[in-house]
Design a binder for this molecule. Structure first.
Ligand code: NAP
Length: 489
């Protein structure tokens, strides 16, 4: 009888400890689950510029929740060091993202993606080096496959993504030559490096060679990232960044798999899948295979033929005052923004012009090509920044049937995305690429600085057609002139 209260106390103690343990295990799992749902929901909202801002915020909240869940994991420690690391990453990240210019966005994305790759690399490296399957004795095949293999994959993919993204950043920032670099036996060297990585990975399962193998493996993977990206031309970098992005996602997912971390698996898979899909969509919109982007390409072969085809034809220049009359008295004007508009930062002026024309009763719409500019969604983001109402931005499929009713198609710093050779010239490198049917409009006005080719490096027959007039000049200056002239009508 005497022992009864004690026993009751003892079992309630055990119950409390058990409940606490359950709580410590369940709370992070619940946090990860909610975080994953927020990632998915946020990603879904990124599909439209109207909802993208909130989508970004929702995914950010998901990430904060996942971090909180990680802090609550039963075997967590080193809180001080982690908080310092978060501060080191957050402050420059925030400042850079706040200050970046729209035109520098691709290199910013590349840099951030490189940081993701580095994270996956260091997590996998840390886990793999402290793995007890090695030093304690011969690891079993099962242990190697279930634990070490995903870690090694995480190291390799993370390292490739890290070094490749840094090279892409260097190219876009002008720190490394933007040109397509070629050297002898390029592909063979890459294959040898990739094969050596596989052999060294296998050797790392021998406890005696473990540390040294992992160091060699990491160095080779970093080298492979550089060798893969260095030869690719600067203008192809957005596609490369997208490929590297999926690489980072995969690296995070395989690392999460070995660490049984649900948030890493889900977030990594989402990034990997989104990156792969984006790559496919970009390649489709440019009508190029991924192999062509990685191994070969625009700007080398094609120039000659198409340029020669134009012979001595001349482009017909037009003054801003005439353009203003054409547009100011038109019923419908379709504006086609391109890379040149982004470079000139003319987005606010184009919005001002659109508003002035609308006040005069002109119907104005924007035709948005999926790969206009140098990164996916470039034009949407650019025009959204200038507060152009989203319903005015029409995708290629929606706007193409409307060109025939347009009195003027105003092309601003765009070239390849309106090149009819994509429809008519089977020898053209852009043949098959879907384009905006600007040539179907009654009149075409093109704003560009001179006879410069576009990204594909080829001539554009549209610029020589009788219905086309060229308003030569920097997009921003030309738009400013146009606004002044329309105001004076
Ligand atoms: P584009 O074909 O590169 O043509 C841009 C034109 O803008 C040039 O002909 C240039 O002519 C003119 N320009 C440059 N700076 C200017 C300025 N300050 N003011 C006025 N004009 C200026 O551009 P796009 O039609 O937008 O086509 C995009 C190309 O990039 C496509 O070939 C696409 O495949 C490729 N690409 C896109 C992505 C993506 O995700 N969006 C990714 C990779 C590649 P002047 O020198 O005579 O001025």
């Amino acid at each position: 009888m005497n022992g009864l209260p004690c026993e009751i106390n003892g079992s309630s103690c055990r119950l409390v400890i058990y409940s606490l343990d359950m709580y410590r295990g369940l709370v992070p799992a619940a946090a990860y689950l909610i975080a994953s749902l927020l990632f998915i929901f946020g990603l879904k909202r990124l599909s439209s510029p109207r909802t993208a801002r909130s989508g970004n915020l929702i995914a950010g909240v998901g990430m904060a929740l996942a971090l909180l869940g990680t802090f609550l994991l039963p075997d967590m420690g080193h809180f001080g060091a982690i908080l310092i690391a978060i501060a080191i990453g957050t402050i420059p990240g925030w400042l850079l993202a706040k200050r970046v210019k729209m035109t520098a966005m691709p290199q910013m994305v590349s840099l951030f993606n490189g940081m993701g790759g580095a994270c996956a690399l260091f997590i996998s490296l840390g886990e793999e080096l402290k793995w007890e399957g090695g030093p304690v004795g011969e690891p079993s095949i099962g242990a190697c496959l279930a634990y070490s293999l995903p870690m090694l994959l995480g190291i390799v993919l993370g390292a490739i993504s890290f070094s490749g993204s840094l090279v892409a950043f260097g190219k876009l920032q002008g720190l490394v030559s933007e040109k397509q670099l070629r050297w002898p036996l390029q592909k063979h060297i890459n294959i040898v490096v990739a094969a050596t990585i596989c052999i060294v990975a296998f050797c790392s399962w021998n406890p005696q060679q473990r540390t040294v193998s992992i160091i060699i493996l990491t160095s080779l993977a970093l080298l492979l990232g550089v060798l893969q990206v260095l030869p690719i031309g600067g203008a192809d970098m957005p596609v490369v960044i997208s490929v590297l992005n999926s690489c980072t996602g995969l690296a995070a997912a395989v690392t999460g798999f070995a660490m049984h971390n649900m948030a890493m698996i889900i977030a990594g898979t989402l990034v990997g899948a989104a990156g792969s899909l984006l790559t496919v969509l970009m390649c489709k919109a440019m009508n190029r295979s991924l192999a062509k982007v990685v191994f070969g390409s625009f700007g080398i072969a094609p120039k000659g033929a198409a340029a020669a085809a134009q012979g001595d034809q001349t482009m017909r220049a037009i003054a801003a005052s005439e353009c203003a009359i054409m547009m100011g008295y038109a019923r419908k004007v379709i504006i086609i923004p391109g890379y040149g508009l982004a470079v000139a930062q003319g987005q606010h002026l184009v919005h001002e012009l659109e508003q002035m024309l609308e006040k005069r009763g002109v119907e104005v719409k924007y035709a948005i090509h999926p790969v206009a500019g140098r990164m996916p969604g470039h034009m949407n983001v650019l025009l959204a920044e200038a507060d152009v109402p989203y319903p005015k931005l029409l995708d290629m499929e929606e706007i193409n049937p409307e060109f025939e009713q347009a009195d003027v198609a105003l092309i601003i710093g765009a070239n390849d995305v309106v090149n009819p050779a994509a429809r008519t010239d089977p020898g053209s490198p852009i043949y098959g690429m879907p384009i905006l049917n600007a040539d179907k409009a009654k009149n075409v006005i093109v704003i560009k600085r001179g006879r410069g080719a576009g990204f594909a490096g080829i001539e554009n027959a549209l610029f020589y057609q009788p219905k086309t007039r060229m308003l030569f000049g920097d997009a921003k200056a030309a738009l400013q002139e146009l606004i002044t002239e329309v105001r004076g009508l």
